[in-house]
Ligand binder design. Sequence first.
Ligand code: NAD
Length: 524
Amino acid sequence: MKVLIADAINEKGIENLKEVAEVVVDTSITPEELADTIHEYDGIVVRSRTKLTADLIQKADNMKIIARAGVGVDNIDLDAATEKGIMVVNSPESTSITVAEHTMGLLLTMARKLAIADKSVKEGKWEKKKFMGVELRNKTLGVIGMGRIGSQVVNRCKAFEMEAMAYDPYLPEEVAKQMGVELTDLETVLKNADFITIHVPLTPETKHLISTEEFETMKDTAFITNCARGGIIDEEALYDALANDKIGGAALDVYEDEPPAEDSKLFELDNIVLTPHIAASTKEAQRDAAIIVADEIIDLFKGGTPKNVLNMPRIDHKTYQEVSPYLSLCEKLGSFISQAVNGKIKEIEIVYSGELSEIDNLEILTRTVIQGAVNPFLSSPVNAVNASLVAKDRGISITEGRKNNAKGYDSLIKVTAKSAEDMFSAEGTILHEERILKVNDYWVDVIPEGHMFIAKYEDVPGSIGKIGTKLGEHGVNIGIMQVGRDEKGGRAIMILTLDKEIPQSVIKEIQALDNVYEAIGLDL
Ligand code: NAD
């Protein structure tokens, strides 16, 4: 086996690889040189310098694995790799401890005013009284997002004798219990936490999750930190909260614009600590990234299955031809029901009807549904390879069924999400393009794409108009509208495609309208 290290990685990873492969290190290789030699290699390790385009991958006739030491894979054409049967892996867990430690650094910096104290001493001042701090001990930590990083922050805060509570609507109670944290709603976290720390992905749901109203809810001594993604905190609202002492302080590693504008108002404030998106930058994280991807390659060469695979497994050509037209629909159905159902999903049921039900192996479709269902709330992409594992870790059980009768269509796929308090289903097919034909018990005809909105409301005159007016007032244009109802004057459902994303504040306003039971914004 021959592996090319095309970008600089930590020596330890290279050493490990040498035990199973002939390793060539050429970290200045040009695209032209790579095009001439790529066919010689069974594996390649890159970071972000080397661009593995479709053309290059096409030439990689012996390649079995592409490893990205790090997280983002924008420099790798995943589809081309899948088509060529090459596995792509990365190392999303390599930065978790590093980011958690940076978060601890920021919590302490805020609590003890370290950054401004340092600046003051260097200016020749000795302002002991000005820098009176607070302890972390016996304070309440409020974690928003209890994934890889959030859970590591909790572990570290326990050593500081802090109490921890968390908001993570997608984490099962049992898993939170094992992590030793009490799960609660966002408002309770905001009201009670002395230190709030954000570790969620940036999604339509988390965009400006923390804005004016949320700052109003916090204690006026609360400290907040964001080492996740810019845009989760509304920076305008943050500035107002800090400038008017509505909260104690803040610390950011990530920004709505990176770098922030030179004249950012945040720079004027003393009660904010700012770092330049370095939470993941440590030697250890880079070393771990190299070791993790080396282990993945070693695993594959020894006949095992790497765990961080980002593209799909190969399936036989005939099955792929039959199922591939449904892959995108499956992902969208999964995403649709997962964003629409209330509460934590406990079960996803998938039923294939008609021609599809006659195909022996539909696992790839089932995995793609799960991928669509869990991706909206996880930070690193879940894919058809690891989807089942992720679902299991999150306490979601999967059932797959088949039916002959496709109600007059060639094939139908029905996906149902069940939580403790709710159940939401969508049934779709391909009619030249992807269509959702039934939502819960209502027949509709919707193209699932882009920004969407669902309202459940009482079927009385004026209900539809009020919702449309609210959207119009906020400049949200409706593309297509579909309505369905169980009976005259009963419960009805409206599904809209929108020309732009619907802000959470507008959803809240619609939710507050008389006759509206529920309003949900979705992004497919
Ligand atoms: P993860 O996927 O392991 O965890 C994310 C958690 O957020 C999950 O438990 C999920 O259930 C939860 N979540 C999703 N939507 C939510 C919502 N609306 N409300 C509350 N919880 C919600 O991700 P991770 O690896 O822990 O990363 C967390 C964040 O840190 C991501 O935004 C990631 O991009 C970011 N990150 C930043 C840096 C940096 O350099 N600053 C480095 C690595 C990761």
